[in-house]
Design a protein around this ligand. Structure first.
Ligand SMILES: NC(=O)C1=CN([C@@H]2O[C@H](COP(=O)(O)OP(=O)(O)OC[C@H]3O[C@@H](n4cnc5c(N)ncnc54)[C@H](OP(=O)(O)O)[C@@H]3O)[C@@H](O)[C@H]2O)C=CC1
Ligand SMILES: O=C1O[C@H](COP(=O)(O)O)[C@@H](O)[C@H](O)[C@H]1O
Length: 523
């Protein structure tokens, strides 16, 4: 139970579990969000706010999920700027969308920007948080709603070191005042801690102030279309049910690659490294959805219970099943120390000690400054016993789920080569979203996740025990790296990473298919 500071108003305990079934969930899609909602972006002057948070809010507004009649947005940060200056900073990111040509809805942009107000102040200034509360209340009063029925969403687009202070301020001065159906929710960004101990400390600090149902730990990979599709694929298709186990699957890779380095974020990155930045959160969340057992229902708690169980079944990582890399030129960044031991690349083999997965390596790989940008899951099946077609050397069956770019899933399978001869060839069954769902816009991860927070759906957010289990897996390895016991190997920017990683991959059992390249179908 959270400790209520004596000055704290009584608040609601957050939403109860809702939406038992998928059809309930589907029915709620496309409903406008009604009521009096205040969204407060703390750290509004920062990079995440302008690139992701405000554009996501704009997209929700443009699609009618947020209505001008009910919603107001507040920015808060130390930088002393006016409302209009904040609006001007954000405008470019709304007008241009995802790097494409300017949208044609500049009227929408202007109307949206008018919903934003800015309050400046430091993150521990009581008077500034009182002022913020006053501004929020002003908006609520103007909507003539019953006191206590308002909805307040605080989005912490801030470095985690200020979370405890900011959360104390919110708790003391800015909560929804009475329990009349309203709520107060807090969205926190990663990195949530640096290791098990610091993450647990932060969890306790926040847990003393807010109930778990009020805390939304965001991992934007959980908002990606094909990540959200994983449970449907696995549990709504008869095809996969009997195959998804150690009897049929040889190995599974979960891969994240970027073709750019840490440009502009070297200082931040060097403190964390690729394992804290990508493995402990994004890759592990994907692993959970690939490896977990079927949940009792689609209730968020049932899903998250299964995720925790699979994380708790991961065996300690062996140093010989780790390859670390650092790209040449990384240390040229003036904000990165010359002696930095921080990995910008890693391949790590995880082993899950349960009935379904014993003996199946989960090979997690992520790197910056590599030869391509993509994220995918590659499930490689075992060889067919009794190879009467002598097709083994052509390659194994694989099921590939491409998370980005160009969302797709394809199955590599052996077929008869068309023609008179009885020869075989590796081909694919291909579901490329761009081709199959023409004209459908796939929402940005942040858009989806913010809508979930407004609806009180915690399915795609990381629960405290899940976070703890994730840190338990990587903390011993991180400490070995921090102590200099494990060192990254150099690799050339634009390459596949250290060659030792490919050696580890093949030792773990992955068999590369030679001569086969999947070509994304053109429209
Ligand atoms: N940027 C991104 O693409 C991503 C970011 N994140 C996470 O989101 C959060 C915000 O990221 P981002 O916007 O990049 O961060 P920024 O460094 O841009 O910080 C956001 C704002 O916080 C304030 N701030 C910065 N440093 C401090 C400090 N030491 N003490 C107090 N306030 C500070 C600044 O506002 P002011 O000085 O005006 O108060 C700044 O504008 C972080 O937790 C980050 O890890 C997660 C995924 C991607
Ligand atoms: O969280 C992070 O993710 C981005 C990659 O996100 P994506 O949606 O573009 O795949 C990564 O660049 C960044 O280092 C990391 O902090």
């Amino acid at each position: 139970m959270p400790v209520m500071p004596s000055s704290a108003p009584s608040v609601e305990k957050g939403p109860t579990l809702r939406n038992d079934s998928f059809s309930d969930r589907r029915d709620s899609v496309n409903k406008l969000e009604t009521g009096c909602l205040s969204i407060i972006v703390l750290g509004a002057s920062g990079d995440l706010a302008k690139k992701k948070t405000f554009p996501a809010l704009f997209n929700l507004y443009r699609q009618g999920f947020l209505q001008s009649s009910g919603v107001h947005i507040f920015g808060y940060a130390r930088t002393k700027i006016s409302d209009d200056e904040l609006r001007a900073r954000i405008r470019g990111y709304l007008v241009h969308g995802k790097g494409g040509p300017p949208h044609t809805h500049s009227e929408d942009v202007s109307k949206f920007l008018q919903l934003i107000k800015y309050v400046s102040g430091s993150y521990d200034a009581e008077d500034r948080f009182r002022l913020l509360d006053k501004e929020i209340s002003k908006h609520e009063i103007s909507k003539n709603i019953q006191e206590g029925s308002s909805q307040r969403l605080f989005y912490l687009a801030l470095p985690p070191l200020v979370y405890p202070t900011v959360c104390k301020m919110i708790r003391r001065f800015c909560m929804n005042k009475y329990n009349h159906g309203g709520w107060t929710r807090i969205v926190v960004e990663k990195p949530f801690g640096k290791d098990l101990e610091s993450a647990e400390k932060l969890s306790t600090q926040l847990g003393d102030l807010f109930d778990e149902s009020q805390l939304y730990r965001i991992d934007h990979y959980l908002g990606k279309e094909l990540v959200q599709n994983l449970l449907v694929l696995r549990f709504a298709n008869r095809f996969f049910l009997p195959l998804w186990n150690r009897d049929n699957i040889d190995n599974i890779q979960i891969v994240f690659r970027e073709d750019f380095g840490t440009e502009g974020r070297g200082g931040y990155f060097d403190e964390y490294g690729i394992i804290r930045d990508i493995f402990q959160n994004h890759l592990l969340q994907v692993l959970c959805l690939v490896a977990m057992e079927k949940p009792v229902s689609l209730r968020p708690e049932h899903i998250r219970d299964e995720k925790v169980k699979v994380l708790q079944s991961v065996l300690p990582i062996k140093s010989e099943e780790v390859v670390l890399g650092q790209y040449e030129g990384y240390r040229d960044d003036p904000t990165v120390p010359d002696s930095s031991n921080t990995p910008t690349f890693a391949t790590v083999v995880l082993r899950i000690d349960n009935e379904r997965w014993e003996g199946v390596p989960f090979i997690l790989k992520a790197g910056k400054a590599l030869n391509s940008r993509k994220a995918e899951i590659r499930v490689q099946f075992k060889d067919v016993p009794g190879d009467i077609f002598r097709c083994k050397r052509q390659g194994r069956n694989e099921f590939v789920i491409r998370l980005q770019p160009s969302e797709a899933m394809y199955m590599k399978l052996t077929v008869k080569q068309p023609g008179l001869e009885m020869s075989t060839i590796l081909s694919e069954l291909d579901l490329s979203y761009g081709q199959r769902y023409q004209g459908v816009t796939i929402p940005e991860a942040y858009e989806r996740l913010i809508l979930d927070t407004i609806r009180g759906d915690q399915q795609h957010f990381v629960r405290r025990d899940e976070l703890k289990a994730a840190w338990e897996i990587f903390t011993p390895l991180l400490h070995r790296i921090d102590d200099g016991e494990l060192k990254p190997l150099p690799y050339k920017p634009g390459s596949r990473g250290p060659v030792e990683a490919d050696v580890l991959l093949s030792k773990a059992g992955y068999r590369q298919t030679h001569g086969y390249v999947w070509i994304s179908p053109s429209l």
